[in-house]
Ligand binder design. Structure first.
Ligand SMILES: N[C@@H](CCC(=O)N[C@@H](CS)C(=O)NCC(=O)O)C(=O)O
Length: 210
């Protein structure tokens, strides 16, 4: 399977889940900073993916899966014994679905694109930062008494949340008011598979070769 990715982008979440689940992925670098977005061989990314954003998962049968939250579940369900997603139909699965939607719509999309595009203006960025802080307050409350977002079991929701918390310093969304998120972030960074995924995902092919 191939994962189209950009360093430090939300494609890091599926990279973490694949590492945790023991699933091998071929990482295909997409330069999403340039216009048009291009692959390493110069291919216009829109010719591969009309949505023109990462992540994109291409399965071995050639079928494509888009949208981070869905890709995470597809990967987790490939290896149910990994315990990265509760069983379909269980109450715990419903909880996971709620958190993935929250992370995708309330947190991810409050950061991206607003906090990575200064051209949107100071007012829009200040609004986005305030929104992120209010969303982090919800995450902080959820982490009270829990090791991971859903409880004592690490899940794909943790992998998704990691992407945004990892953006916090660069995006100017301080975590000072959120000690439980900061402690959770340290636990995440201590996981060997998270470290492995970050290593594999965090550089362009040129930088890796250098
Ligand atoms: N709805 C998509 C959003 C993905 C997304 O925002 N990807 C960003 C990187 S984190 C991207 O590729 N941006 C480039 C662009 O939109 O031009 C998802 O959930 O996967």
């Amino acid at each position: 399977m191939q994962l189209y990715y950009h360093p430090y982008a939300c494609s890091l979440a599926p990279a973490i889940v694949a590492a945790e689940a023991g699933i091998a992925l071929d990482l295909v670098h997409v330069d999403i900073l340039g216009a048009p977005h291009r692959l390493g061989d110069g291919t216009d990314y829109r010719d591969v993916n009309a949505r023109n954003y990462v992540p994109l998962l291409v399965r071995d049968d050639g079928s494509e899966v888009s949208e981070a939250g869905i890709i995470l579940k597809v990967l987790a369900d490939l290896n149910p014994t990994s315990g990265l997603a509760p069983a379909v139909g269980s109450p715990e699965r419903l909880l996971l679905e709620q958190w993935l939607t929250f992370l995708g719509t309330e947190l991810h999309k409050s950061y991206s694109p607003w906090l990575f595009h200064p051209e949107v203006g100071a007012t829009a960025q200040a609004y986005a930062r305030d929104l992120v802080a209010r969303r982090y307050a919800i995450v902080e409350a959820q982490l009270d008494g829990r090791t991971w977002l859903l409880g004592e079991t690490f899940s794909v929701a943790d992998a998704y949340l990691f992407v945004m918390v990892n953006w916090a310093a660069a995006a100017g969304t301080p975590l000072d008011a959120f000690p439980l998120i900061r402690a959770w972030f340290e636990r995440m960074k201590a996981r060997p598979k998270v470290r492995e995924a970050i290593r594999n995902h965090s550089a362009s092919p040129a930088a890796k070769a250098a």
